[in-house]
Design a protein. Structure first.
Length: 252
């Protein structure tokens, strides 16, 4: 049997390579981390049609925006740096800063600051600029609300992965907040959608924020395992932008 022409073989290789890239991109969005066996050395990458270019240098980088955190569900996953994600290490995911960049992150609400090392890519969620490890989120006071407004400032390049073994895995009773709506009908629509998908004890919590009424749709969780299960089920039905909230935390 004759071998196919070189042009045909090359086309097949390109198709297979494109399929691998697509699979990697989908996995990255779903898990908030780009999982690879080797360090990601690309200068440009694409996730769901959005192209991201890695900065040539982090010098002078300062940005303000929303920070989130990730922990138990991703502990042990391979990060874009090639190392395993350790939720007790002071690390973070960023879309465009070079891997191994050290950044100082300041919580603009409470003034707390911490230095973390960028070792992963993400978060691929609107309005968020950095995804912190559990330990970093704990140090900055993010665990209750789930997200906070922060300032990220690059301060250099590190080869070490700082670790915070003293951070206990403590989960105050709280809720996974699925959304907050000004119109009660929209909250009721989300509640019915969740119940139709098998969720139980869906709560619609009404609260005043800045003089405006908001109706938050929430699911109760009591520990990290319950949180991971709920978030995984929400992502399976197409709801990726959910976060851990306490009774008095209502953000959207």
């Amino acid at each position: 049997m004759r071998s196919p022409p070189a042009r045909t073989r090359n086309a097949r290789r390109r198709v297979r390579f494109a399929g691998c890239l697509l699979a990697a991109g989908v996995a990255g969005v779903l898990s908030q981390t780009v999982v690879r066996a080797k360090p990601d050395t690309r200068s440009v990458y694409e996730v769901f049609g959005q192209r991201y270019r890695i900065l040539d240098s982090a010098e002078g980088y300062v940005e303000r925006g929303v920070a989130s955190w990730y922990g138990p569900k991703f502990h042990g996953n391979v990060t874009a740096s090639g190392e395993r994600f350790d939720m007790h290490a002071l690390t973070a995911a960023h879309r465009t800063l070079p891997i191994a960049t050290d950044v100082e992150v300041t919580n603009l609400r409470n003034g707390k600051s911490i230095v973390v090392r960028i070792n992963d890519r993400g978060p691929f969620v609107d309005r968020r600029i950095i995804d912190l490890s559990y330990a970093a989120g704990h140090a900055l006071g993010l665990l209750g609300a789930g997200t906070e407004l922060v300032e990220v400032r690059a301060i250099g390049v590190s080869r070490k992965v700082p670790r915070s073994d003293r951070v206990p895995m403590v989960w105050p009773p709280g809720f996974v907040q699925v959304g907050a709506y000004s119109k009660p009908a929209n909250a009721e629509r989300m509640r019915k959608r969740l119940e139709a998908s098998g969720f139980r004890s869906v709560v619609v919590h009404e609260e005043s924020v800045g003089g405006r009424r908001r109706h938050a749709v929430r699911l109760a969780v009591t520990d990290s395992a319950a949180y991971a299960r709920v978030v995984g089920r929400l992502r399976a039905i197409g709801i990726a932008d959910a976060w851990l909230a306490q009774d008095n935390a209502l953000k959207r």
